[in-house]
Design a protein around this ligand. Structure first.
Ligand code: NAP
Length: 281
């Protein structure tokens, strides 16, 4: 039997921790499989799919900038991925190549783990950003019954995402920030601000209600300024590593039929790797 192969594709892709995570689960379960990074520039996406089908890769994760572009290369798109308008996971259903999206499960799974009952009385979510991660966040919160306000530097992108998601989702530019923060029960940063090597995230959390939950999809550094400031002012706050682990587990289940456990050992391995490669993390 030949070794099953899975990949994470993106451009650039050097930063990805997915091979470390999936490699851990592959060896934990004694599978004859490997999971590697593949740098696929946008012009080569068609070649990648040709190879994926010809060599019958078992699956792939998809990251920046391909989450929308891959949608036209699959045979079927999962309902959830269609609703989000983005694909982060490729897998086979028999001979049908499916595009799915596990990012919303990643966000909700990690929030449920870290802040149990966070949604019991929550009515309003604030999503900062309107890119790939924002699609998953807005979809996830709306599906948990929250109203969602999407706020983005480029307001037009927020409008397009809100229109795609439909009722209960509104779009805003940065001028609406203070009021939106004051009304939110849960706030998520899905911009790249605050990530190592990117400009700082200057969201002013002073306006937040007591008890409002703060989530940062960024996980390099492990504790972003936003998470640190939120914790310092008494808010429950969650970093993006749990999202990475939970979305990864759902992808692994689609490829190998096993929902792997997110052990404290695995979390530690990833944290050590991030600290090692991210100064100040
Ligand atoms: P993306 O599609 O490229 O979206 C980037 C977003 O950041 C856009 O809304 C963009 O606004 C905004 N942005 C960038 N620079 C900005 C600036 N200087 N001021 C204000 N807004 C700015 O990226 P993505 O895939 O959604 O990823 C975004 C972040 O989420 C990254 O840090 C990524 O690492 C993280 N992420 C984490 C996970 C996880 O598993 N934890 C998964 C996916 C993504 P414009 O539209 O105005 O350009």
């Amino acid at each position: 039997m030949t070794t099953k192969r899975a990949y994470v594709i993106g451009h650039p892709i050097g930063h990805s921790r997915s091979p470390l995570m999936h490699g851990y689960w592959i060896s934990e379960h004694g599978l004859d499989a490997r999971y590697d990074k593949l740098d696929v520039p946008p012009r080569s996406i068609g070649d990648f799919f040709e190879r994926f089908r010809r060599e019958r890769f078992i699956g792939a994760n998809v990251t920046i900038p391909h989450k929308l572009a891959v949608m036209e290369h699959v045979d079927r798109i999962e309902d959830e991925a269609m609703a989000m308008g983005a694909v982060n996971c490729l897998y086979w259903d028999g001979d049908v190549l499916v595009g799915g999206n596990t990012d919303a499960q990643g966000i909700l799974g990690s929030l449920d783990e870290s802040v149990p009952g966070w949604d019991a009385d929550a009515g309003q979510a604030f999503v900062y950003g309107a890119g790939g991660a924002a699609r998953a966040a807005a979809y996830a919160f709306r599906n948990r019954g929250l109203r969602v306000a999407i706020c983005n530097r480029t307001r037009q992108k927020a409008k397009e995402l809100a229109a795609h998601l439909g009722a209960g989702v509104t779009a805003h530019g940065l001028e609406d920030l203070p009021g939106l923060l004051a009304e939110a029960d849960v706030v998520i940063n899905t911009t790249s601000l605050g990530m190592a090597g990117q400009p700082p995230n200057d969201l002013d959390l002073c306006a937040l209600r007591p008890g409002a939950v703060v989530y940062d999809a960024v996980y390099t550094p492990l504790e972003t300024d936003m998470v640190r400031k939120a914790r310092a002012s008494g808010h429950p706050a969650v970093g993006g590593l749990g999202m990475l682990l939970n979305q990864g587990a759902e992808g692994f289940r689609r490829w190998f039929g096993i929902l792997p456990t997110i052990t404290s050992e695995l979390r530690q391995i990833l944290e050590d790797d991030i600290r090692h490669l991210t100064p100040g993390a």
